[in-house]
Write a protein that binds this ligand. Structure first.
Ligand code: 4NP
Length: 147
């Protein structure tokens, strides 16, 4: 199973989602690949935002070594599931899809709501971490049953 988490900058939300999902995968003894990417190129090569690093660290997850990369068309072939944080991410990712199969790989991480961009609001990092974690736990159970 190959899972990709996607946001805009790949420095705030998707690094948290990558770290949380990787920990769940490891704790469950699964051999799944979990990665993240951003639809924008501004932060390529940067480590996650220090506020994302801090909130993850407070919950026992080290994401400090991650480096941002840009989402590319080949990701739609490589990954089985691509989870995006908001509707802009959804538009950006699906606009690169070549066929219905690739379109079907792309979903909002949380189907009933977006994960808000916390970049300009320090107070959003904890709720973002919590909503991502709750959903990743749910997703792990669903995806385990898919195999
Ligand atoms: P992310 O947050 O998409 O969760 O990584 C953002 C990071 C940077 C910017 C916007 C959103 N930015 O405009 O630089």
């Amino acid at each position: 199973m190959k899972i990709l988490m996607v946001c805009l900058g790949n420095i705030c939300r998707s690094p948290i989602a990558e770290g949380v999902m990787q920990k769940l995968v490891k704790d469950n003894g699964l051999n799944w690949e979990v990665d993240s990417a951003g639809t924008a190129s501004y932060h390529i090569g940067s480590h996650p935002d220090k506020r994302s690093i801090a909130v993850a660290k407070q919950h026992g997850i080290d994401i400090a070594q991650q480096k941002a990369r840009e989402f590319g068309k080949s990701d739609l072939e490589t990954f089985d599931h691509i989870y995006v944080m908001d509707r802009q991410n959804y538009e950006n990712v699906t606009s690169l899809a070549s066929n219905a199969e690739q379109m079907s790989k792309v979903e909002l991480l949380i189907p009933e709501r977006i994960v808000p961009d916390p970049y300009y609001d320090d107070a959003l990092f904890l709720p973002v971490f919590e909503m991502i974690t709750t959903q990743c736990e749910k997703l792990l159970t669903e995806l385990k049953n898919e195999n």
